[in-house]
Write a protein that binds this ligand. Structure first.
Ligand code: NAD
Ligand code: UGA
Length: 398
């Protein structure tokens, strides 16, 4: 079926090179491209676990998808990457280390992965005149001006002090011993490089700044499909704790705020960016949902409510516990206080406005997690049963 973009032009099938396309965002984007469009996906990643359902032979889209296991590093030979970029119409770079626990424990890898390793991608895009959509982060804004004011200061409610705007807000990072900002700094460096290259070499680019997109396949559940000792992002941490009936840990009381956006709505925004280059080129877009702004404590409480509802258990069975960031992440942790995206630009240019509220999003995430992990958690609990009296995981839902 023919499809048309926002300017009424027929959309031609593109060959899209997705670097880091095997991760959380990449897997949803590839699903969308393969199920709903005629575009071809060349996926590059070090892992294909999250996209294995897309790589099945004999599926109707199979001729439109390739997977290449390549570790994209600045300091390795690029004989594999270069021809794949040369053969594409568009390059989307998603590859990164982007879980906060790694910023402290793997600072050098974090810097390399988010800046240095992306440089050859930019260079090949210039060399072969390919359009680039680069995934940056809302973390580039850093802390808000409001975070430096006393909590009860009258200016706290002035939206100009916390609403994050692509071309107006300052980028305020913490000190060098707080390693969250190495990630933010690395992301900002590559944004600036892309911007400079566009001015010097007419590189066609769009920068995407996602604000806490969440959904199925985000990160991993510790000890099941990821290492027990690693710490994923908050959705997966809380989900794992709920599945195991353990308290949800609130880092420093869970007072930081985030605006959560459902992955499938965010992917609609990415598709609009892909298919409307005349509107998206040369721009930076915040992509998030300012309506779903909550503290992490409120997120935990809502997840408990929704999980109790879905599994038909009393909410009183689930609790939260305060933990210090020093104990949870180790020394040197710092946090973004509040992240509310201004949506004017993407709304004006691409007409995108997310609608899904947090409760609905969490129900979708938790339904998926229960289906996905139920038997693994049950096996884990069964093997502990002799030590664990009163065991009744999922009793209400079975
Ligand atoms: P993810 O960790 O699920 O995906 C990243 C993918 O990149 C992974 O599959 C990983 O294997 C791959 N990768 C990492 N290093 C690689 C290398 N050297 N060579 C090849 N592949 C490599 O994370 P995600 O949430 O899908 O994020 C994708 C991008 O979006 C990242 O750049 C991240 O910084 C950015 N981002 C995401 C969010 C969000 O809401 N999820 C928010 C802000 C920014
Ligand atoms: C992360 C990463 O920096 C980036 O991948 C990305 O830019 C961003 O998410 C995003 O998704 O937009 P952050 O929001 O801090 O940043 O990531 P989370 O690990 O999901 O943490 C959110 C908040 O929850 C933090 O305040 C953290 O301290 C807290 N948290 C996390 C808890 O209170 N308990 C937990 O068990 C885990």
């Amino acid at each position: 079926m023919e499809r048309f973009n926002l300017d009424g032009e027929k959309i031609k099938p593109l060959t899209i090179c997705l670097i880091g396309g095997g991760g959380f965002i990449g897997s949803h984007l590839c699903e969308k491209l393969l199920y709903k469009t005629q575009h071809t996906a060349i996926i590059i990643d070090i892992s294909s676990t999250k996209i294995k359902h897309l790589l099945r032979p004999y599926s109707c889209w199979f001729g439109r998808v390739q997977f290449h296991e390549i570790n994209v590093k600045r300091d390795t030979l690029h004989r594999h990457l270069e021809p794949l970029i040369a053969a594409s119409d568009l390059v989307i770079n998603l590859a990164a280390i982007c879980t906060p626990a790694n910023y402290n424990t793997r600072p050098l890898d974090t810097i390399k992965s988010n800046s240095v390793d992306a440089i050859p991608v930019v260079e090949f895009c210039i060399k072969y005149k390919k359009r680039l959509i680069h995934f940056s982060s809302c973390e580039v804004y850093g802390k808000t001006i409001g975070s430096f004011l006393p909590k009860d200061h009258a200016l706290q409610n002035v939206s100009e002090l916390y609403l994050l705007k692509e071309y107006d807000s300052p980028c305020i990072f913490g000190s060098i011993d707080k390693q969250r900002w190495t990630y933010a700094c690395a992301k900002q460096m590559i944004e600036r490089l892309i911007y400079a290259q566009s001015a010097l070499h007419s590189l066609e680019f769009t920068i995407v700044r996602p604000f806490n997109w969440i959904g199925p396949r985000m990160d991993f559940i510790r000890g099941i499909d990821g290492p027990r000792e690693a710490v994923p992002r908050v959705l997966a941490c809380f989900t794992g704790n709920l599945l195991r009936g353990k308290p949800l840990k609130l880092v420093d009381g869970g007072q930081s705020q985030r605006s959560f956006c459902y992955i499938k709505e965010a992917i609609e925004a990415v598709l609009l960016i892909i298919e409307n280059p005349a509107r998206a080129n040369g721009k930076i877009f915040n992509v998030g949902n300012p309506e779903n702004d909550v503290t992490i404590k409120q997120l935990a409480e809502l997840m408990i409510e929704v999980y109790a509802d879905v599994t038909k258990q009393p909410a009183s069975k689930f609790t939260t516990i305060d933990v210090s960031s020093n104990n949870f992440y180790g020394p040197g942790y710092d946090d973004s206080d509040k992240r509310i995206p201004d949506m004017t630009i993407i709304n004006r240019e691409l007409g995108w406005k997310p609608a899904m509220r947090l409760r609905t999003i969490l129900k979708l995430c938790l339904d998926h997690a229960i289906n996905e992990y139920k038997s693994a958690i049950k096996n884990e609990c069964d093997s502990l049963l002799e030590f664990h009296t009163g065991y009744e995981y999922f009793s209400g839902s079975e």
